[in-house]
Design a binder for this molecule. Structure first.
Ligand code: DGJ
Length: 490
């Protein structure tokens, strides 16, 4: 039975699987606990077999019976989820999978960060919904976008089950001049708690649709669950020379620029905030058009970044900064600059947060280490009560369907030499022990953690199911006016 009808099978099969995934996604939303231990055991084997079958079928052509068998097999895989949930077994993290909240909806908190406060974790992030478009002004670099809806917040006491606390900082649709106008950009919200003022402070990247404005925004709330009051945006450190201007002046790299001191402040795109044990907080932001990162002290109330500041990683073009402290030292993980496309992460360490920082290279190991396992970091946080577990949190962006971007959570390890290490895990749980080895905690060396699982097949499967979508086929739209003067795009 070969010929034109059979030639349609791959498309029919893809359509079938697309429908299956949609149904399975809906079904999964009905459950409060998506990934039980049983599912973790069943799914890797099942998906490996399915992937192999699909790839074999793709290479060798297919028959009706093979497709029927695969259909039955797929149905069995589908049934494994409710069975495992019904068993009520402990959950696991499944990086890259749809992650429903306790109400059954996919968690929608991208470019996010975690705050632990009074026994509860709060996950803040960009709420992305609606159609993904490519504005004309961003065509050259693939800067797709969705309109800003606001910053979402989820709460959890166990890190698996997240309750939707709603939009804690909403967009302002009625005012095109507002930083929070849907046609602008609000990215990478991070919240820290100020013990002195008892306020929750949110910092975020605010921008015009063409990313020319390059500003840092700040909002404040009395409660972790908002509502946050937006205070405004600015470019940090206006009129404040960097502490290391003298050093900068000696830099001769063609990709670096001398420290600029524009009257309206330093450009600020991707950012993060870090509150140290002594209560002093810091803002890290990609600056000078992105080639150079800055670290700036925040004021005591955490609401202003008016220095002093230092220029870091000059000419290294790092964004998506993630900063954390471990065993008395400061660590940074960041990406390169390639819009939504993943690239190799970099890591760095410092004894003083203001530097000097020493680069330690790519923390990722194994297949897909060169693209951070198809993701871009956004936060590292400590699991409460555990000195052996830090969690690295990243976004697996879907450039052409941004609301369907997924989350990658992985345990952060340290090499005996003290370098942060990330290894892929298909599934893992908080039962993991010694992700940070005793050696890296200053004790005896013991080797650790889950076995590495090759995800190449999964990615091939993902590519099969989600063929690349080309910009030309997508809707594009003119940019909104930034309304912020004649700022020159980087
Ligand atoms: C990379 C940044 O890290 C993201 O937050 C976002 O700004 C994209 N670029 C936009 O292309």
């Amino acid at each position: 039975m070969r010929g034109p009808v059979i030639k349609q099978f791959p498309i029919a099969w893809r359509r079938f699987l697309g429908t299956y995934h949609a149904i399975a996604g809906q079904a999964s939303r009905l459950s409060l606990t998506l990934h039980s231990r049983l599912a973790a055991r069943l799914f890797p084997a099942a998906s490996r077999l399915l992937n192999r079958a699909l790839l074999t079928r793709k290479a060798a052509g297919c028959s009706a019976s093979a497709n029927l068998l695969l259909t039955i097999f797929t149905a069995l895989v589908f049934l494994a989820v409710p069975i495992s949930r019904a068993a009520g077994l402990p959950p696991v993290f499944s990086p890259g999978a749809v992650w429903p909240d306790t109400g059954g909806q996919s968690i929608n908190a991208h470019g996010g960060g975690i705050l632990f406060h009074d026994g509860t974790y709060y996950w803040y992030g960009e709420f992305k919904s609606g159609k993904t478009i490519l504005p004309d002004c961003n065509k050259s670099w693939g800067g797709t976008r969705v309109d800003v809806v606001g910053v979402s917040c989820y709460s959890s006491t166990n890190l698996y089950d997240w309750k939707n606390e709603g939009i804690v900082l909403p967009a302002v649709p009625g005012d095109p001049q507002s930083d929070l106008y849907p046609g602008k950009v609000l990215e990478r919200p991070k919240v820290i708690y100020n013990h002195a003022t008892r306020q929750f402070i949110m910092w975020m990247h605010i921008d015009s649709a063409d990313y020319a404005a390059a500003r840092a925004g700040v909002a404040v709330s009395q409660l972790p669950t908002g509502p946050f009051k937006y205070l405004g945006s600015f470019r940090p450190n206006a009129g404040v020379g960097s502490e290391d201007d003298a050093v900068s002046a000696r830099i001769t790299s063609p990709t670096s620029r001398p420290a600029l001191d524009p009257p309206d402040g330093q450009m600020s795109r991707d950012l993060t905030v870090f509150a140290d044990d002594d209560g002093q907080a810091y803002l890290f932001y990609s600056s000078e058009g992105n080639p150079t990162m800055h670290v700036s002290r925040l004021s005591a109330d955490y609401l202003h970044a008016d220095g002093p500041y230092r220029r870091l990683f000059i000419g290294r073009s790092m964004e998506a900064p993630v900063v954390f402290k471990h065993a008395g030292r400061y660590y940074l993980i960041a990406s390169g600059c390639s819009a939504w496309a993943p690239n190799a992460a970099r890591s760095a360490v410092a004894d003083s947060i203001m530097g000097p920082w020493t680069e330690l290279g790519n923390p990722c190991l194994g297949p897909d280490a060169t693209n951070t396992f198809h993701s871009q970091g956004t936060c590292v946080f400590a699991v409460a009560g555990r000195d052996d577990l830090l969690i690295f949190m990243a976004d697996r962006w879907d450039q052409w369907n941004l609301p369907d971007s997924r989350y990658i959570w992985l345990p952060l390890e340290f090499s005996p030499g003290g370098k942060p290490v990330l290894r892929w895990q298909d599934h893992w749980s908080l039962n993991i022990r010694n992700a940070i080895s005793p050696a890296a905690r200053g004790h005896r060396v013991v080797e650790t953690v889950n076995t590495h699982v090759n995800i190449q097949k999964r990615i091939e499967f993902h590519r099969l199911m989600h063929p690349p979508k080309l910009p030309e086929t997508r809707e594009s739209a003119p940019c909104q006016s930034a309304g912020l003067g004649d700022i020159i795009p980087a």
